[in-house]
Design a binder for this molecule. Structure first.
Ligand SMILES: C[S@@+](CC[C@H](N)C(=O)[O-])C[C@H]1O[C@@H](n2cnc3c(N)ncnc32)[C@H](O)[C@@H]1O
Length: 153
């Protein structure tokens, strides 16, 4: 995926492969502050605690009014419905099958996603739900949720 992005040869864009939960921008990075930070279907393996820290870090990297956009599958849309709503709103290390592989993911309810986003200092601007049917036969239909939020000043 990083190679595909690099081959686009976009002006002023750099691409780097990294573990998302431990990735840090240097304090005096030329890229700071950022306009936006995006996590599309890539925060699923980050534990709940790491997710909280990651969103707080993204907040600190953004300009005032900077944006975050997160695409994810909520607990309900991964087959873990209401029970979580009454409990703590998230589960770490849930065994998930994806394209024939076994993964361990963190699942949050929609309510918990909104709570985590707000606690990290963002105001939710928009939430959209998208139904996606991958062409690959190893995949199932996905109900994806996309959150757009602005840094609270
Ligand atoms: C389902 S794909 C989504 C790819 C792309 N963002 C998109 O929306 O089409 C999930 C991607 O997240 C990456 N990913 C998952 N966990 C990650 C982690 N802890 N750190 C960095 N990347 C991760 C995977 O390598 C993979 O490229």
């Amino acid at each position: 995926m990083v190679d595909i992005c690099r081959n686009l040869r976009l002006k002023n864009a750099t691409f780097q492969r990294a573990e998302i939960s431990t990735f840090r921008l240097p304090e005096h990075s030329e890229h700071l502050p950022l306009d936006a930070a995006l996590g599309f279907l890539s925060l699923c393996t980050t534990t709940y605690k790491d997710l909280q820290e990651l969103l707080a870090r993204w907040n600190s990297w953004l300009k005032p009014d900077g944006l975050i956009a997160i695409g994810t599958l909520t607990a309900a849309n991964k087959g873990y419905p209401e029970m979580l709503e009454e409990d703590r709103g998230y589960l770490d290390n849930v065994e998930i099958e994806f394209m024939g592989f076994t993964l361990y993911e963190t699942l949050l309810t929609d309510k918990e996603w909104q709570h985590v986003i707000s606690t990290a200092g963002f105001d939710l601007l928009d939430k959209r739900i998208v139904e996606y049917m991958p062409k690959d036969q190893r995949c199932r239909k996905e109900i994806q949720t996309y959150y757009l939020a602005r840094k609270r000043n």
